[in-house]
Each structure stands twice: as structure tokens, then as C-alpha cells.
Design a protein around this ligand. Structure first.
Ligand SMILES: CC(C)(COP(=O)(O)OP(=O)(O)OC[C@H]1O[C@@H](n2cnc3c(N)ncnc32)[C@H](O)[C@@H]1OP(=O)(O)O)[C@@H](O)C(=O)NCCC(=O)NCCS
Length: 142
């Protein structure tokens, strides 16, 4: 696992497009890699190919996970949990005390992942992702 670099952006974009209804734009991913208040981590396989990524940003002592994707053929191998755990320790080292995220109410895999790592639902935002598609707002103290 390592910090993403600019040459990773096309591969991160490919992961996004394969997994997310409204994928981030290239400039958003570039900002994740380059900006001082953002962290983008990637996991790679034995050939150096990117199998997953996570992006987050922070303001003062509050961070939020913008996205996390693991390639379909590498899921349920602990990559998602590993990315979040590493991110949390990096954030803690920077003095961050709380981390937030939003997740579709019906995204069972992601909700199970977050809950297992100690995130708790603190609110529900109606129709956040479209009519009838609510977001659960989750947070964890770190
Ligand atoms: C959510 C996602 C990142 C999980 O990544 P992952 O690498 O497969 O997760 P892990 O292998 O680290 O799973 C850790 C734990 O989370 C839970 N979990 C993960 N996927 C699950 C699933 N499909 N069903 C139920 N529980 C699941 C399990 O408790 C799992 O532990 P276990 O395998 O020992 O039972 C992955 O499914 C993904 O990329 N989904 C599409 C993108 C997405 O929805 N991102 C979240 C946007 S908010």
C-alpha cells in the first residue's frame, strides 16, 4: 500500500467508472493526489497493478472519506479494511479526531465494512442519491 502518484490517476479513474454510479471526474482525482489537505492511498498486487484505492480530505481536525473502491475480482480479501485502517492511522498522526462518510442506504458491502471498523450511523439524508435513494451519514472518532 502506498500514496497515489499522478501516473496512477487513469487506473484510479478506471476503478471509479467500474464501480460507482456517478464517478468522480479526473480533476477530482488529481486534486486528491496533489492537494496538501487530501490523501489518496492505493493497494497494488504482486505485478504493481492497482487493486483498490481510497481518497479523503480534511479541514482542521475533521476528515471525510470521499470514496473507496476495490476492483471486483479482489473483493473480500481485506483490501478495503486495510486501506481504511492505514488511512485512519495517517489521519490520527495529523491530529484528526473524527472521520465522516456518506454511503447509499442499500450498499450492504460498504455498510458492513464501515460498521466492522467502528463507524456509526448518525443521520440519514433523504433522496441524497436520487428519489428514494437515501444516504446514511456515518462517523468514527479516531
Ligand atoms: C465496499 C468495498 C470497498 C469493500 O472492499 P473489500 O476489499 O471487498 O472489503 P474487505 O475485504 O476489506 O471486507 C472487510 C469486511 O467488510 C464486510 N464486507 C465487505 N464486503 C461485504 C459484502 N459484499 N457483504 C457483506 N459484508 C461485506 C465484511 O465484514 C468483511 O469482512 P470478512 O470478509 O472477513 O467477512 C467494495 O465492495 C467495493 O469496492 N464496492 C464498490 C464501491 C463502493 O460501493 N464503495 C463505497 C462507496 S461509499
Amino acid at each position: 500500500m502506498r500514496r497515489a502518484v499522478i501516473s496512477d490517476v487513469p487506473f484510479i479513474m478506471a476503478l471509479e467508472k467500474g464501480a460507482i454510479d456517478h464517478p468522480w471526474q479526473e480533476q477530482d482525482i488529481i486534486a486528491l493526489v496533489e492537494d496538501a489537505n487530501k490523501i489518496c492511498l492505493v493497494e497494488t498486487d504482486a505485478n504493481g497493478e492497482i487493486t483498490g484505492y481510497i481518497g479523503c480530505d480534511w479541514v482542521l481536525d475533521e476528515a471525510s472519506i470521499g470514496n473507496i473502491v476495490v476492483s471486483p475480482e479482489h473483493r473480500r480479501q481485506g483490501i478495503g479494511a486495510g486501506l481504511i485502517s492505514r488511512l485512519l492511522s495517517m489521519l490520527k498522526d495529523r491530529g484528526i479526531t473524527v472521520i465522516f462518510l456518506e454511503v447509499r442506504f442499500d450498499n450492504e458491502a460498504a455498510i458492513a465494512l464501515y460498521t466492522g471498523l467502528g463507524f456509526e450511523v448518525y443521520n440519514r439524508r433523504r433522496d441524497y442519491y436520487g428519489e428514494g435513494i437515501d444516504a446514511l451519514l456515518m462517523k468514527k472518532l479516531i
